[in-house]
Design a binder for this molecule. Sequence first.
Ligand code: C2E
Ligand code: CA
Ligand code: CA
Length: 720
Amino acid sequence: MADSQGHSNGLTAQAFGAVLDASPDALLAVAADGSITMANAAAERFFGISRQDLAGRSHRSLFTAGFRDEVDKLFRQLGTEPGKPPPLREVFCVHSGGAKFPAEVAASLLPGLEADGQTPTGAAPQLLLSVRETSHRAAAEEDLREAMSLLTATLESTADGILVMSDQGHVAGFNDQFLSMWGIPPELIKGDSAEPIMQLVNAQVSDPLAFVDRINELEDNPAAESHDVLDFKDGRTFERYSRPQRVGDMIVGRVWSFRDVTPRRKAQEQAQQAMLDLAAQAEKLRAMAFQDPLTGLANRAVFNDGLAQALQEPRLKAVDVLLLDLDDFKEVNDILGHQAGDDMLIEVARRLRGCVPTADVVARLGGDEFVVLLTACPNADEIAACIVRCLHVPVTISGTVLRPSLSLGLASLGQDNVGASELLRRADIAMYAAKAAGKNRFLRFHPDMMTALVQRTDMESGLQLAVSRGEISVDFQPIVSHRMGQVVQFEALARWDRSGERVPPSVFIPLAERTGLISEIGSEVMALGMVQLAPWLTEDPSRSLSVNVSGVQLQDPHFAEEVLRLAAASGVAPYQLILEVTESVFFDADCSLIKQLSTLRDAGARVALDDFGTGYSSLGRLQDLPVDTVKIDKTFVSMVRTGTERLPILSSMINMAHSLGLTVTAEGVETVAQADYLTALDCDSLQGYLFSLPEPGRRLEYALHHAEEALNALNALNGR
Ligand code: C2E
Ligand code: CA
Ligand code: CA
């Protein structure tokens, strides 16, 4: 405002006043006595006091209690060191309304001037105070502090690890999460060099080279942002995000953030795996719709489709259906177990496929039933014969050598254009005929077979009524003890006389077992047997009655109860009863079956193992079975022809049974040689045509007589 000579640059007092008023800071002139001599517009505004009112007032009234001496101090300071401007003083001022506000005060000395404001008076200098309100600054600082603490809190509470690197390569900031995620000791990050940290980091990531490459690449492109995924050697996965750190337009560093996405990754991988599994399962299901899961052959649906298509094809002259059913497969299943059964089916399927590589369809229809579809085949009969032959080759299953055998029915499209279901039915009828003809063979369908089928269904309906019609009767066959020289037992054997014609047990017993009718028939045989034999039994308590029992009957939880009831009703003591069962009832035996037999044995009845030696079991199993007697099957007895042969099998069977405390009966004894041979082996009882045929109840005396005659002749011959 004034040059070095103290002259103004031509500024009028009025203009000077305007300049003062333009200042945003409050300007006040204070005389040595502390009174205000001049104030500008900003001062009026700050303090809420007009210029007129300010004039003459003490400056002290403008400050809060603690700051009222500040101006005096400034005076003194400028008085002692006039050339040196004192530093800014921070004070609190008071508005006329009472509000306090922070301010900065600067001060300088004003020489005394005339009223024109230009001429020095030589009077005592005044103090020019410049007061700048700083409340906005305090607010800004407060805001900054708040923002900083918010930022720190945010940084520390975030799950992300954050690292800020300066463009000089120094660590400019990080949060605790960053340290713990990377396992960096805090003292390491406070060090000068980033090298040990890089080593630590490189040791953890799966691909350290790629990791370093990426960092270098971003160093060359400070403005670039990056987003990628880091895989760790320990299986963790981090998402890495980085962007430049800017201050204004300048890039001063880079902010890195790391997020541990391992759980999310794992969940994603699991979800992905689940999707794959699901897809695989769906594929399997699709395959299963057309495939037999056990053997991998086609299923019934595929066969039906194939057959329907073949029959629609007008040029196809030859269409052959070969239906096969394994013989006695149930036995394999029952005796060797389901796993063996499955193994057998798989082997059969394998052989079957090998036999007919050119077949249109080879399918498993279910159970042990298979079907082959041949079209345009000139020699279906040869193929059928070949299948029967190939299947009959021995195979070892579960340690047992088996010869799978099957019955095959063949039906072909002929002059009479039959439909698919009729063709299959014919193959089925032929297959049944093959079974009836002795199994292990194939038969081509012939209309006569229909008659056999009709007979079979007719037989079944006849059997249903057999008991109620009184067509079931019992024959008794004596069993002799050579030691006692008398008949000790009778076996009751079922007979069915149908309209005056006798149906052999080998025909109706299996049918009765298949249909469940055996329970009713078995009870009838037992009741008739007990009633008819009761007089003979009561004469001598050492005599007994033997009755055949099927596995089906033993399934009935009331079986034992029923047997004991029948015995009581006919006056037969339970200990005079022998129940004949075959080995097969013990395989797959459940507790209930064992319980039935135990109840009967507890009541004194005995159990005989019928047809011993024909089953699949080894002799070793004998000791585990709840039996008292074994009945050696007639096939073994028939091995004795002259009586001079060595048959170790017979002697070991008898010895084994004896060593287990069981008695032994031989069945099917037809010749003296056989009787002698068995007697020599110490067999306990003998049964067979040599002694007597099975005879009806009214001929019991005859049977007894005949048997004892034969026994006497035998003993006489041997000089006993
Ligand atoms: P099984 O229990 O082995 O009965 C013995 C079979 O051998 C009887 O045949 C009998 O007549 C026959 N037989 C007796 N002595 C000789 C002989 O010296 N030589 C020959 N070759 N055979 C002889 P059957 O009466 O035809 O009975 C056949 C099968 O039917 C019986 O064999 C038995 O398994 C079954 N069966 C008979 N009646 C019943 C019954 O009431 N219930 C049950 N579940 N099955 C029965
Ligand atoms: Ca028997
Ligand atoms: Ca037998």
